[in-house]
Design a binder for this molecule. Sequence first.
Ligand code: V4E
Length: 245
Amino acid sequence: MQFKMSVEIERKFVCNPDIQELLTAIGAVCTGARKFRDQYFDTRDLDLTLKDFWLRRREGTWELKCPTTRGASGTDEKIGARPLCTHYREITNLSQIQYEIREIMSKNRTTKRNASESCCQGELKIGETEGSRDGASGDDEWLKNLSLQCFADFTTARCSYLLEVEGEQGGVRIDLDQADFGYCVGEIEVLVPDGGDTQSALQRISATAEKLGLRDEKRVEGKMHVYLQRYRPDHYRQLLSTHIL
Ligand code: V4E
């Protein structure tokens, strides 16, 4: 079965103390504030994140962010090899998420087997049901079956804004995030249906950044970047060395 998917195009920015007044001044409307807990999962070998897949449970809702073939386009958007905006396909259907993860792991397994026949000894093989060994049951059984464990757990207080431009379809969303480990970041975000017009989304993000006076052309670190750097330095180093972060 095919599910509808979206591509999230996003640019992060450093929040200045006057950002909320600025957002109101450019016509953005506050759509609400909320707090949510995020838990991210991966295998011990980091099969997902080292391939740039991000599995998250946010307040009971699952999401898998998957890399797209194109990160960004247009020379004005690229800073060296790092695009200013990120593009991720978002999957929210749990069966589809589980299917995708099995696919990723099966590809990884083949690669690892080719690289070394002996490296997997003693590890849990994918498809083996660890849950059945330790008697675990319930909604999280599938995590155990796929050897997935939580590697990041934090809460964010988010204030969201919507900026609609006359004559343009769809608005631009701006989120102001404050993570409980003491990091604040802003995000300008547009959701595009899979196969939709990413060029127009990039232009809208760029126009919004300009209105907000964001002239800093450096890619800004996300919450996960800072979290891993602080609390999971080994994981962080591996992501840096594979150019995922
Ligand atoms: C680290 C990461 C991902 C995890 C989620 O990141 P992010 O979009 O920053 O979280 P959040 O809370 O804003 O999610 P939302 O509410 O928008 O769904 S997904 C992709 N990455 C990698 C990554 C990267 N390499 N560089 C940057 C600037 N961002 C993310």
